[in-house]
Structures are given as structure tokens and as C-alpha cells.
Design a protein. Structure first.
Length: 330
């Protein structure tokens, strides 16, 4: 198979990281031919460092001028996902989109339907189920290491928002940012993959007086299809960052701390580290996309995954009086 002719839209933190640490790590499979970025300084710096890659400040111009693009990676703010993805799909280009899928349920559904109808590969950058610690966690649960799961705690605590390494206006905005959207969406997807669909959400979100600013605190109860409750707590006023999931069972506790450190014990106060097997590491996501396009066995999280996660995300971010029901077959 020839190299996959690839273009990227968005050279922010996520876009730069994907190109540097993923796309460029597969030179025998991926040929990055063009990038697009509206920030002139970022585009200039990228062009100076990568003179063989053509640069654009308009994604439509890139799509119109670049012939033979097979894969488009999209790392623009969520409000732009819909238009960029649909433009690529209209040209039968495979798409790899950052999360969340879109800025609304309506946009997400239209993107899912368009991608399915066009018959193109549609992948979203969910990666937590591929962590070796997540694979180990699923194995321990399947083996009954803590017995029947009785409840789950999801903790999203930050001393500041946005985080220092990702401090930009849209991450701080109510429309496109906030820790529920930016971080919570990963855990929603992981929960779906390990425990099945979330069917009910009761949420309470504390927003600041500034109507454009993202949430300060959140509390929610998410109920799984089997009636197990997940208690979500989140804040931007914590002393230090903690992003964790604690799983309580009849015979013990499992916890994923700080995204990917696995612990187990008889009780939450006696947790001990559980080493993950590096052989279980299924990252990076781009390797699965390469294999999929080669017709090989792969694990792809697609726009259907993105849409299912968005159903929960929107219920969390837009609380109603009472509990919101979510149809996993919608």
C-alpha cells in the first residue's frame, strides 16, 4: 500500500502534538502533505520547521487545491468540527476528528449520518480504552476481582481552568470549553466501553456570572443501564488536580487515578498499585486508523461513539429539572 496522503486542520496544542508525536512517527504509512491554521504566527513557524508540507489559512482552499487527500485530521475548536468534517466528507475524504464530536447534538447527528452515508472512515480521538491500565482494569472486572460493581465515583478536580498548558479563550468558554466537555467526555466514552450505556442523568452545574465563561463546579448522578449509579463531582477550586474513577464492588475497590494509574484494594483507604502490562498498550489511535485503511484488524472509535458520548455530555452541561432519560438506541 502506498502512503496515506494526509492533511491536518488546526495547529493548536492538540494538532501540533498529533503531528509531532503521531503522524510523523509513521513515515512509511503517512505522508503529511498539507496543513491549515488561521493563526499566522503558528502557521509560519510550522512552515519554517516543515518546508515540505504545504500550508493554508483556509481549510476550504486546502480541500479544493490539494488533490488526492485520503485522510483529514481535524483539531479545530468544537464549533468548527461540523463544517470542516462535512466539507471533507463531501469530497469522500476519510476523517479523524478530535473530541467532542460537535458543538451540539444536532451537529453530531448530521456528521454521523453524512459519514455513514458517504462510506468513509470516520474516527474520533478517544483513546482511554486503549491505555494498558484500562485494558487491565477491564480484565480484572471480567475476572470478578472486586465482585459485583455497586457504584462508581468520577472525580474531575482542577486548581484552575483552563489548565496552564492549554490556556486559550475557547477552552475557557461556556460554548466550547469547560472541564465537563474537555475532560469529562473521555470518561463518558470509557464508561460506555467498560460498563455499557448511561441511560439517565441528573445534573447540577454551577456557572459564573459571566454568561460566556465555563462551569466552576458540577455534581451529577449518571445511571447505567443496569441501575448502577455514577457520582460525578467536579470543581475548578481544588488544591491540586485529580482526574480519577473509583469503582466500588461487593468485594473490593478498583481505581484509575490521574487518568491511567491503576489501583486495587479491599477498601478505598487501602488501595495498592496494580502494574499494567505494556503488552496491553494499544496506543496510538493513529496506528489503528492506518491498519483500518490497509484492511487490517483494528479498533476504531467512530462517530457513533462520539454521538453516544455527546448525548450524555449535553445532558450534563444543560441540566433540567429532574432526571434526563437517554435512549441508547436513539
Amino acid at each position: 500500500m502506498t502512503k496515506i496522503r494526509t492533511a491536518a486542520v488546526g495547529l493548536g496544542v492538540m494538532g501540533q502534538n498529533m503531528i509531532r508525536n503521531n503522524l510523523f512517527k509513521y513515515p512509511d504509512d503517512i505522508e503529511l502533505v498539507a496543513v491549515c491554521e488561521s493563526n499566522e504566527d503558528a502557521l509560519r513557524k510550522f512552515a519554517e520547521a516543515n518546508p515540505s508540507v504545504r500550508t493554508y489559512n483556509d481549510y476550504q482552499q486546502l480541500l479544493d487545491k490539494e488533490q488526492g487527500i485520503e485522510l483529514l485530521y481535524i483539531a479545530v475548536p468544537p464549533s468548527k468540527h461540523h463544517e470542516v468534517v462535512l466539507a471533507a466528507i463531501s469530497k469522500r475524504i476519510h476523517v479523524f476528528c478530535e473530541k467532542p464530536l460537535a458543538n451540539s447534538l444536532e451537529e453530531a447527528k448530521e456528521m454521523l449520518d453524512a459519514a455513514t452515508g458517504a462510506g468513509v472512515l470516520h474516527a474520533i480521538h478517544f483513546m482511554m480504552p486503549l491505555f494498558p491500565s484500562s485494558v487491565k482494569l477491564q480484565r480484572l472486572l471480567a475476572e470478578g476481582a472486586i465482585g459485583q460493581v455497586t457504584s462508581i465515583d468520577l472525580i474531575l478536580e482542577f486548581p484552575q481552568w483552563p489548565r496552564a498548558w492549554q490556556n486559550n479563550p475557547w477552552i475557557a468558554s461556556r460554548r466550547e470549553g469547560g472541564f465537563i466537555l474537555e475532560v469529562g467526555i473521555h470518561w463518558i466514552h470509557l464508561i460506555h466501553k467498560i460498563f455499557g450505556p448511561i441511560t439517565h442523568v441528573r445534573s447540577n452545574v454551577n456557572y459564573p456570572a459571566d454568561a460566556n465563561a465555563s462551569e466552576i463546579e458540577a455534581e451529577a448522578t449518571l445511571t447505567l443501564h443496569n441501575n448502577v449509579n455514577i457520582q460525578l463531582t467536579g470543581t475548578t477550586k481544588a488544591e491540586k488536580e485529580r482526574v480519577s474513577m473509583v469503582i466500588h464492588g461487593e468485594q473490593g475497590v478498583l481505581a484509575l487515578e490521574n487518568w491511567g494509574d491503576l489501583f486495587m484494594g479491599e477498601a478505598e483507604g487501602s488501595l495498592q498499585p496494580v502494574p499494567a502490562d505494556e503488552a496491553d498498550n494499544q496506543l496510538p489511535v493513529i496506528s489503528h486508523i492506518i491498519r483500518k485503511l490497509k484492511g487490517e484488524q483494528s479498533t476504531i472509535f467512530d462517530f457513533n461513539d462520539g454521538y453516544r458520548a455527546q448525548l450524555v455530555l449535553e445532558a450534563l452541561r444543560n441540566p433540567a429539572d429532574g432526571t434526563i432519560s437517554i435512549d441508547p438506541n436513539e
